[in-house]
Design a protein around this ligand. Structure first.
Ligand code: HEM
Ligand code: HEM
Length: 236
């Protein structure tokens, strides 16, 4: 493995080590919070606040691992000298990255509803802007095609948006029944998207070759599922 290959597995490693274990705990505490409220099961009083506190870390961790993936994909697509748009575009993208991280930090700290709404939208816009760069591989951008619904990118930015929405509406979920119901529906969808990410992420990991294998693998015909060397061997 070269340095670039290690950079490419940084995102999957962080997902496996950080996001999914946190998700397990957050979902377990969510279930206990619900049982305590609805079925009066005797769980500790702290399950609700523990769920919300760890949910905050989960949402932040998802944004961070997505930013890691997008930065690595954009920065390693070509050599620095061949980078499309040169130094000026690289500086602009770095500013978007820094602004997105700053906005996430502000979202984690601010209290008023309008600021929480504003910073969650700015953070998500930052993620979408970096994701819209041509270097970022997206299976399809057409919602009418089946590939769109199997895209690791689109489900990834959707689940990021759902996590940011829960993070922004923490106080409202706590106080307002309508928000709590909305949070439950959104979180069921988020849980399904996390499951989809584990499947499509592992698929992508299987499909992306190591850097030194790229010339050979990308000479293959992906739709015919055949490679030049294999055809030569078949013919001989
Ligand atoms: C996939 C992840 C998540 C799932 C499945 C989930 C699910 C739930 C459920 C079932 C409840 C209980 C609702 C009730 O008592 O009627 C709840 C409450 C809550 N959730 Fe989440 N949630 C998730 C992520 C988050 C995140 C990321 C945040 C924000 C940081 C968050 C904040 C809250 C808050 C503030 C409450 C109210 C807690 C209380 O009543 O004391 N959740 N969630
Ligand atoms: C929390 C769940 C996850 C989210 C929100 C997420 C999101 C993303 C996003 C937005 C990208 C950039 C677009 C792209 O190149 O497709 C990406 C890249 C990638 N993801 Fe994930 N992902 C998650 C989990 C996983 C897991 C569990 C794996 C594998 C085990 C994985 C493997 C990959 C790979 C191989 C890439 C290509 C680029 C790279 O490694 O940096 N992802 N992911």
């Amino acid at each position: 493995m070269t340095t670039v290959d290690w950079l490419w597995i940084l995102h999957p490693v962080l997902a496996v080590v950080l996001v999914y274990p946190l998700l397990g705990v957050v979902v377990r505490l969510a279930w206990q919070t619900r049982q305590r409220r609805v079925a009066s099961v005797k769980h500790p009083v702290t399950v609700g606040s523990d769920h919300s506190d760890l949910g905050r870390w989960l949402a932040a961790a998802v944004v961070v691992i997505v930013l890691v993936a997008l930065t690595v994909v954009i920065a390693t697509k070509t050599t620095p000298s061949e980078f499309a748009g040169g130094v000026w575009r690289a500086a602009q993208l770095l500013m978007v990255l820094a602004g997105t991280v700053a906005s996430l930090v502000a979202l984690l700290r601010c209290k008023t509803a309008s600021l929480r709404l504003a910073f969650s939208l700015i953070t998500w816009t930052g993620v979408l802007s970096l994701g819209a760069q041509p270097e970022v591989w997206r299976l399809s951008d057409n919602p009418l095609s089946g590939d769109f619904w199997q895209s690791h990118y689109w489900a990834g930015v959707a689940v990021t948006g759902l996590m940011l929405a829960s993070l922004a509406a923490r106080q409202e979920i706590l106080r307002d029944l309508r928000f709590r119901r909305l949070h439950i529906s959104a979180s069921v969808l988020a849980a399904l998207l996390f499951l989809a990410q584990a499947i499509t992420g592992s698929r992508d990991l299987l499909e992306i070759p190591l850097s030194w294998q790229k010339p050979a693998v990308y000479s293959c015909d992906f739709s015919a599922r055949s490679c030049p060397s294999a055809s030569v061997q078949d013919a001989s």
